[in-house]
Design a protein around this ligand. Structure first.
Ligand SMILES: NC(=O)c1ccc[n+]([C@@H]2O[C@H](COP(=O)([O-])OP(=O)(O)OC[C@H]3O[C@@H](n4cnc5c(N)ncnc54)[C@H](OP(=O)(O)O)[C@@H]3O)[C@@H](O)[C@H]2O)c1
Length: 284
């Protein structure tokens, strides 16, 4: 049994989610502001003390190496997935963790029945919609997120990406949506969100964005991220002289400060051992 998070600070607002007892003992309370007719976008990342989110080494480039495979980080990831209508990632993240499924149970199987109880109490489908964003359409369609049949998957791509996929057999349960693009390779962040809402048939879903850094760049630049759940892992990863391409931070591909000031407010802070679990809200 996982020891409870220590709640250091909590200024969250909104109706608390109906957490079953095990999740309540673990995290105490989880609430999101009342919706306002549009998708609510939360993101979740783990970073080292020096801001590295991927070691950039084949086979060791996932979040696990960053968090030290920390069980509290995985349990919180599971909790956020359990509360979400959809979990979205970019194709780069899928390529880095190609066997992954973006479900609560996959993140932390030990709490699987409790996550399911939460989804049932919230009136949600058993698993969140898994959403992949790819400009190129160059994807391994045998990856479990497409081929396992255990999740419903939405693939959002450009007209060029769709053309590449047209020639291939798509597994059942995978929906492809083609979103507009101005430059031929990127989908606008708001168009991406609109495709998710349309696929879910809900105007104001809770969407959990799990990166990676390039997708985060697009969403921060579009002012669409409402919240960031950031785990700070107590290790220093370091970078070579070639700076950030190989070991990115939370955002890459976009400059935000100072042209696009992107400040936030801390709304909660939890601790487990020496890991900090910080929650920030952005007011755009
Ligand atoms: N520490 C953490 O919490 C955490 C979380 C997530 C990811 N990561 C790590 O981050 C690394 C991946 O970084 P990344 O920046 O390459 O990943 P990413 O943002 O997941 O993926 C980038 C790819 O997504 C597609 N994409 C992104 N924005 C798009 C847009 N606006 N329109 C169309 N397609 C778009 C493109 O796919 P195409 O190439 O198909 O065009 C692009 O190459 C991995 O090592 C992963 O493990 C760490």
């Amino acid at each position: 049994m996982l020891e409870a998070f220590e709640v250091l600070f909590n200024r969250t607002s909104g109706p608390p989610l109906p957490l079953p007892p095990a999740l309540q003992s673990l995290y105490r309370q989880l609430a999101f502001p009342a919706r306002t007719g549009r998708p609510y976008l939360i993101s979740n990342f783990v970073s080292t003390l020096d801001g590295v989110v991927s070691l950039g080494i084949p086979g060791k480039s996932g979040g696990g190496e960053i968090s030290g495979f920390n069980p509290h980080d995985r349990a919180l990831m599971g909790l956020l997935r359990a509360a979400a209508d959809a979990v979205a990632v970019g194709a780069g993240t899928l390529r880095a963790v190609s066997r992954h499924l973006w479900t609560a149970e996959y993140a932390f199987p030990e709490l699987g029945p409790d996550y399911q109880a939460l989804r049932t109490a919230m009136g949600l489908a058993p698993t969140p919609l898994n959403v992949i964003l790819s400009g190129s359409g160059r994807l391994d369609l045998s990856a479990p997120v497409f081929a396992s049949g255990t999740v419903r998957t939405l693939l959002v791509t450009t007209p060029a990406g769709a053309k590449r996929l047209e020639r291939r057999q798509l597994p059942e349960g995978v929906t492809v949506r083609v979103a507009p693009t101005e430059d031929g390779v990127t989908v606008g962040a708001s168009d991406f969100l609109a495709e998710i809402a349309a696929c879910l048939g809900r105007p104001e879903p809770l969407v959990l964005l799990e990166g990676g850094p390039r997708v985060m760049g697009a969403f921060f630049a579009a002012r669409l991220i409402d919240e960031l759940f950031l785990t700070l892992a107590p290790q220093v990863a370091g970078r070579g002289d070639s700076a950030t391409a190989e070991r990115p931070g939370l955002v890459s591909g976009r400059r935000l400060a100072p042209e696009l000031p992107t400040w936030s407010a801390l709304v909660s802070a939890h601790r487990a051992d020496s890991h900090l679990f910080l929650r920030y809200q952005f007011a755009h």
